[in-house]
Design a protein around this ligand. Structure first.
Ligand code: PMP
Length: 417
């Protein structure tokens, strides 16, 4: 399968060779670094993309959730063209940021005020900084397998976090007792508890509602601020997972699709906490209010991704995941998809994992094979086996994916058993 991959992609291979000279590893984005070389894309249209060698794929990667609107949503394109005509670097506040801020505060229950950044990583760094400044404490409780950005990646095993910018203590995800024990041991210095309502990069592992409720109680008990990292999960309803669960954190971070596919991050929450930013906590950033993101975000959240559209997408994803899981069950194979709504990740084990795990070499090999077989069938998803549905993905595309996974289960049965 690997030889076939290489033979079909001479243009991607050649680009990788050149890129190695000027980009470490030939890349500027870790998630797109995989052997023997990544497939380079040239263009996209609705839910389809074409690689440098002209091959077409159904795009189920959905830009790791940032590509919610597909590649050619006309209302977003119109908004961007209008901005380009007016100029992109005005060095001033504008109406776009007020509009987008108001839209977000109107949707997410925890958001009374919000600030914009250029990425989810920055949003999390700022939210943690705010929590430290507000509480006058230093430490943050995080969870094994959690991902909050390029410099905020947390190990599944052990506790070495020497590379991290701030002091963290680790507990097991979906383990309320462990979280409570670690939090209480550091209660006097605990500024924040930061958690993904579903670990996205960690394998689309949902938190149980009980676990998140226990973190809410733990934050109240210790005086730490609860931060929901909804960079990926905010798509699960108009008001994100927090609205779905009825659990309100002090602070929330956002990113990905919210600016209609432009660079984006945001952090926000209770007004008395966010007030720090108006007083003594600096938060600068040349592109924080860049007009492309602000304008596209206003249209994306104000006109396209309405509450009804969000709910319909969630239901489509639930149905698709059910069908995919039926494939593994019917075949009696260790093949399952975890996730919530329109996000899901394949796992080659049964029962479905409840927290992150170190994949065995066998599982790693199957993950690669799955990725390569899907590409061969013209389906593009994340190398780690994650799918994020975009709005243009319809019934026919989902049928095609289910059929392709069924074929995979049949043709690779001996390897899966
Ligand atoms: N938090 C979560 C939960 C994420 O999934 C990501 C990105 N995958 C980030 C934060 C970081 O966002 P960005 O890549 O925009 O920095």
């Amino acid at each position: 399968a690997r030889a076939r991959y290489t033979n079909r992609r001479p243009a991607s291979a050649a680009l990788h060779q050149k890129a190695l000279e000027v980009l470490p590893g030939g890349n500027t984005r870790s998630v797109l670094s995989y052997g023997p070389f990544p497939t380079a894309m040239e263009r996209g249209e609705d839910c389809r993309v074409w690689d440098l060698d002209g091959q077409e794929y159904l795009d189920l990667c959905g830009e790791y959730t940032a590509g919610l609107f597909g590649h050619s949503e006309p209302r977003i394109h119109d908004a961007l063209h209008a901005v380009l005509r007016r100029g992109t670097n005005l060095a001033a506040v504008g109406a776009g940021e007020e509009r987008l801020a108001r839209l977000l505060c109107g949707r997410f229950p925890s958001l009374q005020q919000v600030r914009f950044t250029n990425s989810g990583t920055e949003a999390n760094l700022m939210a943690l900084t705010v929590a430290r400044a507000f509480t006058g404490r230093g430490t943050t409780l995080v969870f094994r397998g959690g991902y909050h950005g390029g410099v905020l990646t947390f190990p599944l095993t052990g506790s070495s976090m020497a590379t991290l910018p701030l002091p963290f203590v680790l507990a097991d995800y979906n383990d309320s007792e462990d979280a409570a024990a670690v939090a209480r041991a550091h209660a006097g210095d605990l500024a924040a508890i930061i958690v993904e309502p579903m670990q996205g990069s960690g394998g689309c592992i949902p938190a149980t509602p009980e676990f998140l409720a226990s973190l809410r109680a733990l934050a109240d008990e210790t005086g730490a601020l609860l931060i929901f990292d909804e960079v990926m999960t905010s798509r699960m309803s108009a008001g994100g997972m927090q609205a779905r669960l009825g659990i309100t954190p002090e602070l929330t971070t956002l990113g990905k699709y919210i600016a209609g596919g432009m660079s984006f991050g945001a952090f926000g929450g209770r007004a008395d906490i966010m007030a720090l930013l108006a007083e003594k906590l600096p938060h600068a950033g040349t592109f924080n209010n860049n007009v492309l993101s602000m304008a596209a975000g206003g249209v994306a959240m104000g006109e396209i991704f309405t509450a009804d559209v969000a709910e319909a997408l969630y239901q489509r994803g639930e149905k698709l995941r059910g069908r995919l899981n039926a494939v593994g069950t019917a075949a009696g194979l260790p093949l399952c998809f975890t996730g919530i709504g329109s996000m899901m990740t394949v796992h080659f084990r049964q029962p479905a994992p409840r927290r992150g795990y170190a994949a065995t070499p066998g599982e790693e090999a199957l993950r690669e094979l799955f990725f390569l077989d899907m590409l061969e069938a013209g389906i593009y998803l994340a190398r780690r086996g994650m799918v994020a549905l975009s709005l243009p993905v319809g019934e026919a595309e989902m049928d095609r994916f289910v059929d392709t996974v069924t074929e995979f289960a049949e043709s690779r049965r001996p390897l899966l058993l």
